[in-house]
Design a protein around this ligand. Structure first.
Ligand SMILES: Nc1ncnc2c1ncn2[C@@H]1O[C@H](COP(=O)(O)OP(=O)(O)OP(=O)(O)O)[C@@H](O)[C@H]1O
Ligand SMILES: [Mg+2]
Length: 280
């Protein structure tokens, strides 16, 4: 049987599209998830700009940063968001600086108002293929996490008819690496997961495509770089190394020796089994 043709939207991130067979299928809802500072916003900015370059209508909803902050961040990577807005190619809906009363600011962090504004923006930009970024969805259910899935579903159901391909950014807490409320991931057609690790005193960032329906995608975590003047680049596949997760042997030995000496020095000292853990 002939393989069905799937139109795919390019991400604008060098090296990323080959991980997902050329791009995100048109009309998909992709959850972009990860801890703070891992690159979700930068990744979203690239998607928006690629849309401008290809003549798509672009709507960017920002809840974590002001419109000006997003414009400045994009400018660091040579992307002229202000110009695109002026030329009617892009609308940035600001949900952070509420109450400013400008046409493209949200008054409340309310999902109905969000959907209405997005549809208004789409009408203004005109007919045709569109990209929507909601950075982030988490903001809409901060005080009611149980609603996350319902909200995500609602947004998907309504916006689906409007020819949007969507990035829904969702934040993961550092401590638990759990999303603030479960929702986006199950409803989404794709999940792009960003991570970070400190390796030898240096922050390293990675991306993993955890899900992409109708796509033979890479299952390998890749290291990414965010470069001044250039933005995000997929650098190389991450090699899982033992030393990333396990302490060096000599360090382990010293810890155990230290613990035993400590216990022996205390009068009622007895080392409980399980104290040291399986890693050793
Ligand atoms: N001009 C630049 N040059 C190099 N690195 C940059 C530049 N601008 C931003 N970065 C890097 O990108 C990081 C921010 O990434 P980003 O805003 O995409 O994170 P995020 O995942 O959206 O985080 P949050 O959940 O807090 O919104 C910065 O911490 C910095 O390391
Ligand atoms: Mg962000």
């Amino acid at each position: 049987m002939k393989r069905p043709y799937i139109e795919r939207l390019r991400s604008g991130v060098k090296g990323f599209d080959r991980l997902i067979a050329g791009g995100v299928p048109r009309g998909f809802f992709v959850a972009v998830v990860g801890e703070p500072g891992t690159g979700k916003t930068v990744f979203s900015i690239h998607f928006a700009w690629q849309g401008v370059l290809e003549g798509d209508k672009v709507v960017y909803v920002t809840t974590e940063e002001s419109r000006e902050s997003i414009i400045r961040q994009a400018a660091m990577f040579q992307m002229d968001f202000a110009g695109a807005v002026d030329r009617g190619k892009m609308i940035i809906i600001d949900a952070l600086m509420r109450g400013r009363g400008d046409e493209w600011s949200l008054q409340e962090l309310d999902i109905d108002e969000l959907v209405q504004k997005v549809l208004e923006a789409k009408k203004r930009l005109g007919y045709g293929r569109a990209r929507l970024i909601i950075d982030s969805m988490s903001a809409f259910w901060l005080d009611k996490p149980a609603m996350a899935r319902k909200y995500s579903y609602m947004v998907k159901r309504i916006l689906y008819k409007w020819d949007f391909t969507v990035y829904m950014v969702s934040q993961y807490a550092i401590t638990t690496t759990q999303a603030f409320g479960w929702g986006v991931e199950h409803v989404a057609d794709g999940i792009v997961r960003f991570r970070r690790y400190i390796r030898r005193g240096e922050l390293k960032r990675y991306v993993l495509v955890e899900k992409m329906r109708q796509t033979p995608h890479s299952l390998v975590m890749h290291e990414i770089d965010i470069r001044d003047g250039e933005g995000m680049v997929v650098v190389r596949p991450a090699k899982a190394r033992k030393e990333d997760t396990v302490l060096p042997r000599e360090v382990t030995r010293r810890i155990i020796r230290g613990r035993i000496e400590e216990e022996l020095a205390s009068p009622e000292g007895e080392l409980e089994s399980g104290d040291i853990g399986d890693d050793f």
